[in-house]
Design a protein around this ligand. Structure first.
Ligand code: DP6
Length: 401
């Protein structure tokens, strides 16, 4: 029996956070969300960071509605509408190709959406990529769409299209004016580099920084360095980064990751009026990483920063305990009852006197609030367990357990 005759169709999916190692910054088309350069990211494991979204369609719903982290939000928000429109367009297109069932009523059904993150949004971690990828993916499942979802996710938030895949993912900028070739593709799966680890150093955010959308728009309008970066630097770096990932070359991967983060923040400073996302603590972390690497005589750890002060550090599994000990030394945890280390377990390690001396930083108590230890992970998943649904049989959010 065709699913459109069911009173309520409910689907629940999860999607990951991604962190760019070649940064996306700047659009050539604001409306279609087309970037001025390609970018490349690492998908983080959903055991530590993920968005879960439930979408339900029913002939009884009278309007589209959305709840984010338990609170009803405005469904008229333009980026949400763009994603919904795109999914419904793909669903109609699929039906009209003729090889499927006749157009189902479900296409005209209104949708209820509920979405939650398993990590605090307030921590300033990039939640919008996971959120918009999860929205596009879940809507596609509920409306029966199997086509490429890059555009639907991208219209929500550019970086979201990279969260549609696990492992290592590139977003090819494309050339076409209609954006049809601006798509995300997997460069290598999550199983490709099992030793790679990711440490998120959550830093106290004193104030809310300027959002990415407004920030990059000002950069495109005012920064000659950004134009130079997009035209003359990123194309070569995409090739080099892809090579480092394929070869599992941590030295090359780490160095290029740090350089690209630094260049992105340099374009922010070149923006007029200037934008600065890094804090004093961010800069101390940068110094710590370089001291740590200099002590070892090679690139053992690499940082990257997005539009906020939190650091994301890449390293290999055998270096994690010593680096975490170095972070504890430089940023002694404040005893606020909060666990300093979350996520994957980390073996305790002590610092050698030589490394302690090499770190050469005045300890800043509480500078790093906590660390989330994670690894590379898979792309979006559909959850089969009906208990996972965030919406009840009435199509309204289930009361929080
Ligand atoms: C610094 O994807 O949040 O994290 O497309 O305007 O929603 P919009 O921007 P967004 O920008 C992300 C910028 C970045 C770098 C990156 O993820 O590539």
């Amino acid at each position: 029996m065709a699913s459109e005759e069911k009173p309520l169709v409910v689907v629940t999916c999860t999607a990951p956070v991604n962190i760019a190692v070649i940064k996306y910054w700047g659009k050539r088309d604001e409306d279609l969300v087309l970037p001025i350069n390609s970018s490349l990211s690492v998908t983080l494991h959903q055991d530590q960071l993920k968005t879960t979204t439930t979408a339900a369609i029913s002939k009884d719903f009278t309007e589209d509605r959305i709840w984010l982290n338990g609170r009803e939000e405005d469904v008229g928000q333009p980026r949400l509408q763009a994603c919904l429109r795109e999914i419904r367009r793909l669903a109609r297109k699929r039906r009209s190709t003729g090889d499927e069932d006749p157009p189902p009523l479900s296409l005209s059904y209104k949708v209820h959406i509920a979405s939650v993150n398993n990590f605090p949004t307030a921590a300033g971690l990039a939640s919008s990529a996971a959120g918009h990828a999860c929205l596009a993916y879940t809507l596609a499942r509920v409306y029966g769409v199997d086509s490429d979802l890059s555009e639907a996710a991208r219209r929500g938030s550019g970086s979201a299209c990279r969260s549609l895949y696990g492992g290592f993912v590139e977003w090819q900028m494309g050339e076409r004016a209609d954006g049809k070739d601006s798509v995300a593709r997997q460069v290598a799966p999550e199983s490709h580099w099992p030793e790679l680890r990711v440490l998120i150093l959550v830093v106290s955010a004193e104030r809310k920084p300027m959002g990415s959308t407004a920030g990059m728009q000002t950069s495109v309008e005012t920064s000659p360095l950004l134009r130079f970066r997009a035209e003359a630097v990123v194309p070569g770096r995409m090739v080099e980064m892809t090579h480092c990932v394929r070869e599992r070359d941590f030295q090359g991967f780490g160095r290029l990751t740090m350089k690209d983060s630094n260049q992105f923040h340099a374009t922010c400073l070149d923006t007029f009026p200037p934008i600065s996302y890094l804090s004093d603590i961010s800069r101390r972390i940068i110094r710590l990483v370089h001291c740590f690497n200099a002590h070892h005589g090679q690139t053992k750890v690499a940082y990257t920063f997005d539009a906020g002060p939190n650091a994301v550090v890449f390293t290999l599994d055998d270096t994690v305990p010593e680096f975490v000990a170095a972070v504890r030394h430089c940023f002694p945890p404040e005893s606020n009852g909060d666990k300093f280390l979350k996520g994957l377990p980390v073996r305790p390690a002590s610092l050698s006197d030589e490394l302690r001396a090499a770190l050469d930083v005045d300890p800043t108590p509480g500078g790093v609030k906590y660390i989330i230890a994670t690894q590379v992970g898979p792309g979006p998943q559909t959850l089969d367990d009906p208990h996972a649904h965030l919406l009840g049989p009435d199509g309204l959010p289930k009361p929080a357990a």
